[in-house]
Design a protein around this ligand. Structure first.
Ligand SMILES: [Zn+2]
Length: 53
């Protein structure tokens, strides 16, 4: 598991989470789309990043 600095996107108001795993497929999509914002924004950790997958 590779930990990266927490990031999130503001394009997911239905499911506000943040990511901190380099391999997270949701996080990767955010990075790919160029929508990553730094920090957690007070959100809960993404299920995938929490290991619930
Ligand atoms: Zn994630």
């Amino acid at each position: 598991m590779k930990i990266v600095p927490a990031f999130h996107t503001d394009t997911d108001p239905e499911d506000p989470v943040y990511h901190d795993q380099a391999e997270c497929p949701y996080g990767k999509e955010i990075k790919r789309n160029g929508n990553a914002r730094p920090g957690t924004a007070g959100r809960r950790r993404c299920d995938w990043c929490s290991g619930n997958r």
